[in-house]
Ligand binder design. Structure first.
Ligand SMILES: Cc1cc2nc3c(=O)[nH]c(=O)nc-3n(C[C@H](O)[C@H](O)[C@H](O)COP(=O)(O)O)c2cc1C
Length: 193
């Protein structure tokens, strides 16, 4: 069986992003679990704030089309999302909103999300590790985008102590949990490969 292809990215483009650190740890774990990993930054897919008039005038921006094409080449994704006011980032919402405007002839709507499996993680300086934001992200992805989202979500609190020098997660239980979620992602994505 071909290795499942998984795209990994953070919902932050901030230099020094703690969620980008989690994306890196997840990418490493995914590669160890046998996935073919594509680690991207949303910085390379700049998008204006969604505006229906802009879409009517200019169409969907090229970055959104490139993201949809990328998702179509993969069976799954790991998304590491910061928590903003108990929700997820506008960067992520905007990217997914633009992507949701793309239809492909002969395919059902939301081609980038349906028939694909997603795992979610978050890092925050607080004790809850961004978990509240992940519940909102899950709801949007499942209810709005029709995505299959794994029930387990990797919430990493106390960010300042969360990562070791080599980029791994310092807490053995959290590190083992990330590996477990990653294995599930690879397993389910493998069934779609
Ligand atoms: C607008 C805004 C709202 C935030 N709300 C929360 C929050 O609800 N819970 C939390 O734990 N951290 C919150 N934070 C702090 C972020 O978790 C912190 O800035 C984190 O470093 C962002 O992730 P990043 O490093 O990957 O960019 C908020 C930050 C911003 C800018």
């Amino acid at each position: 069986m071909a290795a499942p292809k998984i795209v990994v990215f953070a919902g932050s483009i901030r230099t020094g992003s703690i969620n980008e650190k989690l994306a890196r740890a997840a990418a490493r774990s995914l590669a160890a679990a046998g996935a073919e990993v594509t680690h991207i930054s949303l910085r390379d897919y700049p998008l204006p704030l969604f505006d229906a008039e802009l879409q009517a005038r200019d169409g969907v921006p090229d970055s959104a089309r490139r993201l949809v094409d990328l998702f179509l080449e993969h069976q799954g994704a790991f998304v590491a999302s910061p928590e903003y006011n108990a929700s997820f980032t506008p960067l992520l919402k905007n990217a997914f909103d633009w992507m949701s405007r793309i239809n492909i002839e002969g395919r059902p709507p939301l081609p980038a999300f349906k028939q694909r499996v997603f795992a979610l993680g978050a890092v925050s300086n607080g004790a809850l590790g961004g978990y509240r934001g992940l519940t909102q992200l899950r709801a949007m992805m499942e209810l709005g985008l029709g995505a299959l989202v794994l029930p387990d979500m990797v919430a990493v609190g106390n960010a300042a102590e969360a990562f070791s020098e080599d980029g791994g997660l310092t807490a053995p239980r959290t590190s083992a949990f990330l590996d477990e979620v990653v294995r599930k992602l690879v397993h389910h994505a493998g069934a779609l490969a």
